[in-house]
Design a protein around this ligand. Structure first.
Ligand SMILES: Nc1ncnc2c1ncn2[C@@H]1O[C@H](COP(=O)(O)OP(=O)(O)OP(=O)(O)O)[C@@H](O)[C@H]1O
Ligand SMILES: [Mg+2]
Length: 324
């Protein structure tokens, strides 16, 4: 991933203070020596932003333990990768320690962070099947507190390889215990299928987030997904939250409005109030290997993901913290 630079206005906004306050604090003892001449004059790197955040005690409110969240829909192309990667990236910008797990052999979320899956020897396959410690599969970005588990074609056969293994549904949950204290969030981007890998991911998760498109095929897919969730009861796993989020919404399409109404009627209790609007910047950002917050932080898509995070965090008791 490229080095990310923040203007002083953006940095102040991410810290939850105004730019004048940041300027005043820079003159004070807590930030002395922390910011390079360039940062003082112009832009901060992600590393400088993190150092300033820690020095000022502007860390986000604790969630009382790690939050593991899975983005899943059996239907392809509903926005799992676009939303999960931007969501993970933004949580990190807010000060959380985040591990993004690419579960899909297409390696799209790896690409969205600017990396090529094929460049990595280890994927989650190494842990789930070959029993490598999870820490050995974790790759670090050059942004502090943002790590990921890459994926490539190696992951294509994970379902088959898991089949004869003992406790085959619980291997991911068990492996994640090793990094429980290292990350505030584990964000998982699932492939559009139902098999042992996704079952592992469901069992390892507390929250399930289901991106849906506002059309009637998605509506049908959602029914299948909720039916499949009943499998979890047999495995004695209870999800804390199930959220459905409408993605790529365009209010000028009648069909989109109708599908939204149908979702409100039938899945109202799961539906997030935040709707992610149609935004071409998602595709442009991913083709550049950049999170949307880097490609165009002022885009509709970036604004909607930020609103979605605020809504989810309000249920979890997290959010932007105050200075200590
Ligand atoms: N809000 C949006 N507005 C416009 N286009 C979007 C939006 N969200 C995602 N897209 C585009 O839709 C396509 C599918 O998105 P994405 O790859 O995130 O879906 P997915 O559910 O991860 O797909 P798969 O099932 O293949 O993993 C991509 O081209 C992406 O750029
Ligand atoms: Mg995807």
């Amino acid at each position: 991933m490229q080095q990310i630079l923040y203007t002083r206005r953006q940095a102040a906004q991410l810290l939850g203070i105004d730019a004048d306050e940041l300027a005043r604090m820079e003159a004070g003892p807590r930030l002395r020596g922390l910011m390079s001449a360039r940062a003082q004059a112009d832009v901060l790197t992600a590393t400088e932003l993190r150092a300033v955040r820690e020095a000022l005690g502007l860390v986000p409110r604790s969630l009382g333990g790690q939050r593991r969240q899975l983005f899943l829909n059996f239907k392809g192309g509903t926005g799992k990768t676009s939303i999960s990667t931007s969501y993970a990236f933004r949580l990190n910008e807010m000060g959380y320690r985040v591990l993004l797990m690419d579960l899909d052999s297409q390696g799209h979320s790896t690409k969205c962070l600017g990396y090529e899956g094929a460049d990595f020897d280890r994927t989650l396959y190494s842990t789930l099947v070959d029993k490598a410690p999870l820490a050995e599969c974790i790759a670090h970005t050059n942004t502090p507190g943002l790590d990921f588990i890459p994926s490539n074609l190696q992951m294509a056969t994970v379902d088959i390889a898991l089949m004869p293994m003992p406790a085959r549904e619980f291997r991911l949950a068990k492996a994640l215990r090793a990094v429980e204290s290292q990350y505030d969030f584990v964000v998982m981007d699932a492939p559009p299928s139902f098999g042992l890998l996704n079952l592992n991911a469901l069992i390892a998760s507390q929250d399930l987030i289901i991106p849906v498109l506002p059309d009637f095929l998605s509506f049908h897919g959602l029914k299948l997904l909720f039916e499949a969730l009943e499998t979890l009861e047999d495995l004695e796993h209870v999800l804390d939250h199930v959220y459905v989020v409408i993605n790529a919404y365009n209010a000028s399409f009648k069909i989109a409005k109708e599908a939204k109404q149908a979702l409100e009627t039938h899945y109202g209790e799961y539906l997030l109030k935040t709707v992610i609007r149609q935004c071409s910047k998602f595709a442009q950002a991913s083709s550049e290997g950049q999170p949307i917050f880097v490609f165009d932080p002022d885009s509709k898509g970036a604004g909607d993901i930020d609103a979605m995070i605020t809504e989810v965090l309000s249920h979890l008791g997290g959010g932007r913290g105050a200075a200590k």
